[in-house]
Design a protein around this ligand. Sequence first.
Ligand SMILES: C[S@@+](CC[C@H](N)C(=O)[O-])C[C@H]1O[C@@H](n2cnc3c(N)ncnc32)[C@H](O)[C@@H]1O
Length: 219
Amino acid sequence: MIGNDNLIRKIRYSQCKEEYMYLTDSTDRLIIRRHPEVYDPAEDTLLLAENLTVNKNDRVLEVGVGSGYVSLIAAQKAESVVGTDINVHAVRLAKLNARLNNIRNVDFVLGDLLGPIGKRFSLILINPPYLPDATRIERRPIDLSWNGGKDGRSMVDRFLGEVEEYLDPGGRIQMVQSSASGYGKTMENLAALNFKVKKVAEKRFFFESIYVLEATKTE
Ligand SMILES: C[S@@+](CC[C@H](N)C(=O)[O-])C[C@H]1O[C@@H](n2cnc3c(N)ncnc32)[C@H](O)[C@@H]1O
């Protein structure tokens, strides 16, 4: 388990000027380069990373990689990891972070959602933008990290519409969801697609709660 309090302190400290973040869990110490137009690893990132259920045979896809931190944690246990992001700065940064940490079984590609990918995976990860914004105007690439459209669900609903095509029979999804954008609706939609869904982690803040959901495709 990651020493969460220390980690969050480090993140808060580095939220100002540091160019690098050092993130430590019981087995790994990753150095993560930052970029002003890319989402820094934050509480939701860490909640997902801490609760990954990756096996050594897993072929993992992460949609919306940001800095690449979650993919790099997954890559240390999985057979291979591919990550996508629609933000070119994120893809470049994730590649750089893989090199900095000498992690080689990972590849990052630019593209919209699952679009750039032409194969199936045993585990798919996503921490989508989920904050509601009626205007949905992205002024900067970093806005793609948080802006979930009118009801906060624009990326997650598109993802749910496509994900089955990219998942092995019996494959799993692990995803971050928020009370701000109807995580119950996500659970219902997954159940309607014949996934078995459970909540594997939860973190409460005074303004919202965030969850990690795990969904397994029933065959
Ligand atoms: C909340 S951030 C999460 C980043 C990283 N996975 C993490 O947990 O720190 C959401 C990421 O999704 C990316 N994103 C937004 N819309 C996307 C889309 N349509 N296709 C691919 N990535 C997208 C953003 O650029 C951003 O990097």
